[in-house]
Design a protein around this ligand. Structure first.
Ligand code: NAD
Length: 462
């Protein structure tokens, strides 16, 4: 296969080529950006009501094709049917939310220092360059594109090579509803992403920490506003008074749902005090998760995305065993077509072990132990990431002290680490995020800049 052509392959059936797309050439990218700048001027001049109507129509178009969209998400990225259904519903909701957000206030009026008017107002940056991963192939492009469009920008989206068909579906749905050139998809790998960062007026990236750091410095060196949402090594802290059954079921789902391929998945379960009943229950809950064809409504854990991800999991299982880890559930590859591994729970490794420190981005979680809440928070914080932490239990003092000292951008009490409310600010600390929060009204701020206007009465000379 030519390196100028990329293929997206179904992870449950690697003989199924979902789509094959040419890498965008430099000349094609230049044309796309020229078209985007021209479209953006019309879009912004057209006013808020026109933007709201177009985004509402986009929501309706996606909703009308939701069965196709669900089927494509299942096929292209191996997301279990139930989660793919949720992602499509959320994508429609995001479009509807930002359609209404077109009418939100764009500034504030302030007391002028003399006669006249003093106010702030927001205006779009121009063309938003969006670079996205494969794991939420509709929701992530939309939680960036919808606020960017609502704020008056054009969008050039560079999706992951593993999720090209989903991005193309959005472009196809929106084409009749938006001005030509306003929403474009360009395909390619790292170099195409770099070319987008080199041209865009505002950059939003979601993906790995390594690539995000490079994207952020390239954008900053051009003086362009940038936000990067990256990995997590998220902990669930289990207090001694947590109900062992419901807590184990919740954490098993948060760690292993969609084969652990969520930035918000639980990777470390930190058990406070001796609690064999909970650990045993967690092992059982993980072992009970249904692994299989993601198109089957009963499946919780489908395949991992591709061969490199599968190899990484194989190496992780080996490393856990070699370093004295005790496998409490799973621990094997599955002998079937597709990139399947068992959801795996390992105890007995040190919190400093590489598997505790770095993302494997698959269905692997570690059980760690802490003497008390302060110790659990110390372990939870002792990683380079800072995306989300959950705390489970009833002791309000312990919960409050954990909330105060946990250093992640999102904190969940008696709720799974995985799961995002699109209308609330979303983002992390440390190596998990760079720049402003995503989603909610924070995203409208990100995709626009404030100017301050002073209007004084004209003073005649006599
Ligand atoms: P990735 O970093 O490999 O790729 C992300 C995107 O960046 C892709 O479109 C890729 O083609 C592009 N890219 C690669 N090199 C580039 C470069 N040099 N310049 C510009 N673009 C470049 O990530 P992935 O494997 O697609 O996704 C998995 C990662 O995403 C995990 O680390 C996960 O934690 C993270 N993630 C984070 C969030 C969040 O909101 N925090 C959400 C989902 C996924």
């Amino acid at each position: 296969m030519s390196t100028d052509v990329l293929r997206s392959i179904s992870p449950q059936d690697p003989t199924d080529v979902v789509t094959e797309r040419a890498v965008a050439s430099d000349a094609a990218l230049a044309d796309v950006f020229a078209g985007a700048w021209a479209a953006q001027r019309m879009w912004w001049a057209g006013g808020a009501a026109a933007r709201a109507a177009a985004l509402s129509a986009a929501a309706a178009a996606l909703s009308a094709r939701r069965s196709d969209a669900i089927e494509l998400v299942v096929r292209e990225v191996g997301k279990p049917l139930i989660e793919a259904t949720g992602e499509v519903a959320r994508s429609v909701a995001i479009l509807n939310y930002y359609a209404q957000a077109c009418f939100a206030a764009t500034g504030a009026q302030l007391p002028p220092s003399a006669k006249g008017l003093l106010y702030s107002d927001r205006r779009p940056h121009g063309v938003a360059g969006l670079i996205t991963p494969w794991n939420f192939p509709l929701a992530i492009p939309l939680w960036k594109a919808a606020p960017a469009l609502a704020a008056g920008n054009a969008v050039v989206l560079k999706p992951s090579p593993d999720a090209m068909a989903c991005a193309d579906m959005l472009a196809e749905l929106f084409a009749p509803l938006l001005p030509e050139g306003l929403f474009s998809v360009v395909h390619g790998a790292g170099p195409t992403g770099e070319a987008v960062v080199a041209r865009a007026d505002v950059v939003s990236f979601t993906g790995s920490a390594k690539v995000g750091a490079a994207v952020a410095s390239a954008a900053v060196s051009r003086g362009v506003v940038v936000q990067c949402e990256m990995g997590g090594q998220n902990a669930a802290i289990v207090l001694p008074d947590a109900d062992p059954f419901s807590t184990a079921a919740m954490i098993a789902g948060a760690a292993m749902g969609y084969a652990g391929q969520k930035c918000t998945a639980t990777r470390r379960v930190i058990v406070v005090g001796p609690n064999d009943a909970f650990v045993e229950q967690l092992g059982e809950a993980v072992a009970d998760l249904r692994v299989g064809d993601p198109a089957d409504a009963a499946t919780v854990v489908g395949p991992v995305i591709n061969e490199p991800a599968h190899s990484k999991l194989t190496a992780a299982f080996e490393s856990a065993r070699n370093d004295g880890g005790k496998v409490l559930a799973g621990g094997h590859l599955l002998d079937r077509r597709g990139w399947f591994v068992e959801p795996t729970l390992v105890a007995g490794l040190s919190p400093d072990h590489e598997l505790a420190q770095e993302e494997t981005f698959g269905p692997l979680a570690l059980v760690l132990h802490a003497d008390d809440v302060a110790h659990a928070v110390e372990i939870s914080n002792a990683v380079r990431f800072g995306l989300v932490t959950s705390v489970h239990g009833r002791d309000l003092d312990a919960v409050l002290s954990a909330v105060r000292d946990i250093d992640t951008g999102l904190i969940k009490i008696n709720a799974p680490t995985a799961g995002v409310d699109f209308y609330a600010p979303f983002g992390g600390e440390k190596d998990s995020s760079i720049g402003q929060r995503e989603q909610g009204t924070a995203a409208l701020d990100f995709y626009s800049s404030t100017r301050t206007v002073t209007i004084a009465p004209h003073a005649p000379s006599s």
